[in-house]
Design a protein around this ligand. Structure first.
Ligand code: PA5
Ligand code: NI
Length: 187
């Protein structure tokens, strides 16, 4: 265990102070995620933009601890599909709490049978029950940022999402974001 501590959220950057590791995911790190492979390749071979960043607190991923992280998903879409995180399942099934900090997005959940969508904005608490894979999506035109708090021994299984999908894809629509079946071809 580590000592009691406070962490300051840097609202200008989405960083934490003191900070643990900061992770940056570029388009080239997101192979196989977006339905429109040609559009993904074009973005990767072009500017290869940073799609999202994850700043972690110094709390370790260890049993009994509650690590926190702040994710910032930059706005944009690939072939009409909104920028999103890779998404994962916790191999040690345990719950997780998200808290919306800025921007507009959503939490896509999938238990292997039924997809669920929780719209996220500042002040909204999104709850992820044990056994639900989760992915975050920026549905707005500014950075979408949220805090995550999770059990330190929950783990991250990214292969599960590549194998099972997430039930829905989240696409740019005329007004509200469109939730379309995962297998569907790009419009
Ligand atoms: O703990 C979480 O669920 C989040 O902090 C995510 O890890 C973060 O949003 C990045 O998503 P992913 O781990 O699916 O790339
Ligand atoms: Ni998680």
């Amino acid at each position: 265990p580590i000592d009691p501590m406070s962490v300051t959220f840097r609202s200008a950057t989405g960083g934490m102070s003191p900070s643990g590791p900061v992770l940056s995911r570029r388009m080239s790190d997101l192979e196989g995620l977006f339905a429109d492979t040609a559009a993904w390749q074009e973005a990767r071979d072009g500017a290869d933009p940073v799609v999202y960043e994850v700043a972690s607190s110094p709390v370790p991923e260890a049993p009994g601890e509650l690590p926190q992280s702040i994710t910032t998903i930059h706005p944009g879409a690939v072939g009409g599909e909104f920028h999103m995180t890779k998404g994962h399942q916790h191999p040690n099934p345990q719950g997780e709490i998200y808290f919306g900090l800025s921007g507009t997005g959503g939490l896509l959940l999938f238990d292997g049978t039924t997809p669920k969508w929780i719209p996220m904005s500042p002040g909204v608490i999104g709850y992820i029950p044990p056994g639900w894979a989760h992915r975050s999506v920026n549905t707005g035109d500014e950075p979408y940022r949220f805090l995550a708090v999770y059990p330190g021994d929950a783990g991250h299984d990214y292969g599960w999402v590549l194998e099972h999908g997430m039930g829905w894809r989240v696409r740019r629509g005329a007004g509200e974001p469109q939730l379309v079946p995962f297998q569907s071809e790009p419009v």
